[in-house]
Design a protein around this ligand. Structure first.
Ligand SMILES: [Zn+2]
Length: 372
């Protein structure tokens, strides 16, 4: 099956009235986590590169995606669309190679999360020379001889974006969720749904009402995983690996160990901090098997992406890292089951606060994550 990715159009300058030529760029946008000798380092990445090898067009889309409003490319989009000749898999490898340059060696493990790759079409036009139609500026002097060859390889845009009828499969009510929602919720029958290729999949959920009855709830993924290469099935195993002493009042630690990862987008470091704090806490999930009553922070980090961070969370927790990091490539962590857990948070001017867990989330940080 061919990989699925979104195709976006960059806007053109409204004064341009020539036929638009859309040149494709692969865009990588996401968070790169790397395990290095100093620990786990994170980096937010938004970069692009040509999807057709050409000496006439810019090597990357530069800051165009940040300054121009993107729209989806559809079968109705007008213009000449040039066909990419650098395959998706090669593009990913190129990104990885170029990104690895910024990370100190040796690199024991890397994970990417976010919208991994999309195709961006930037508009150009011909008028004696090749012009950038976004800035309305020439990019070549004259028409290069072999340009026509590149321009002749075009393709038709097909509608690949799936449109879901956002109707609750259980009760027929309208589902709530924004366009980037990883979870859609039904306030009528108190259910949560994950959009998949085959339609909606029901997600088990719980609201930890024991954590206080506050106005705003944050979504988290509690993930049970199979860990191979190191023994980490129970909470006791985990505490040994993470060098955490067992609380004196607790006798039974044979309970199954779970990873915890935010189900909402936050800055890379915060994602790791929250994952670490909640995973260390291993809180029992007692509460109501329904949606929280107050406001809900939208769940926009899909469980599939959260699952990609598990090894990073593991690396962040195990001690000492100099023993475990070189073994990371032999350790397999596969997510098996996920539970969507809502945790109520209190708030003040600057932060959301969970007093029982002693966790704060800066409102500014949340705001910054909106365009990630
Ligand atoms: Zn419903």
């Amino acid at each position: 099956m061919p990989p699925t990715y979104f195709r976006y159009l960059l806007p053109h300058n409204p004064t341009v009235d020539r036929e638009l030529i859309y040149f494709p760029f692969w865009r990588f946008k996401g968070i790169l986590y790397s395990c290095v000798n100093a620990g786990v380092v994170s980096r937010f990445v938004d970069s692009s590169q040509q999807a057709i090898k050409s000496t006439h067009f810019p090597f990357s889309a530069g800051i165009r995606p940040q300054v121009g409003k993107l729209t989806f490319a559809t079968e109705k989009s007008k213009g000449r669309f040039l066909r990419p000749d650098i395959p998706y898999a090669d593009a990913i490898n190129l990104f990885k190679t170029s990104l690895a340059r910024f990370v100190p060696k040796p690199i024991y493990h890397q994970s990417y999360i976010g919208e991994i790759v999309s195709l961006l079409y930037a508009p150009f036009y011909l008028s004696g020379r090749l012009f950038d139609a976004m800035q309305n500026k020439p990019v070549t002097s004259g028409i290069p001889d072999n340009l026509e060859d590149t321009l002749s390889r075009t393709e038709k845009i097909e509608n690949r974006t799936r449109l879901f009828a956002t109707i609750c499969p259980a009760c027929g009510w309208d589902l709530d969720g924004e366009k980037d929602a990883a979870v859609l919720i039904c306030k009528n029958c108190q259910t949560a749904w994950q959009p998949t290729k085959k339609g909606f999949k029901k997600l088990p959920l719980i609201c930890l009402t024991e954590m206080g009855r506050f106005k705003t709830s944050f979504p988290f993924w509690r993930i049970a995983a199979d860990v191979d290469g190191v023994s980490m099935g129970s909470v006791a195993d985990f505490r040994r690996l993470a060098n955490i002493s067992q609380p004196a009042e607790e006798k039974d630690t044979e309970a199954r160990f779970h990873f915890w990862v935010p189900a909402f987008k936050v800055r890379p470091k915060m994602l790791l901090t929250l994952s670490r704090r909640l995973t260390v806490a291993q809180i029992p999930v007692n509460g109501d098997k329904k949606l929280p009553e107050g406001a809900m922070i939208p769940a926009n980090l899909p469980v599939t992406e959260a699952a990609q961070t598990l090894k990073i969370v593991f690396a962040e927790l195990v001690r000492p890292s100099r023993i475990y990091f070189p073994r990371l490539s032999q350790i397999q962590i596969v997510a098996r089951q996920a539970l969507l857990v809502y945790i109520p948070f209190n708030e003040d001017h600057h932060d959301y606060i969970q007093p029982k867990l002693n966790i704060g989330i800066g409102k500014k940080l949340l705001k910054l994550a909106e365009n990630m």
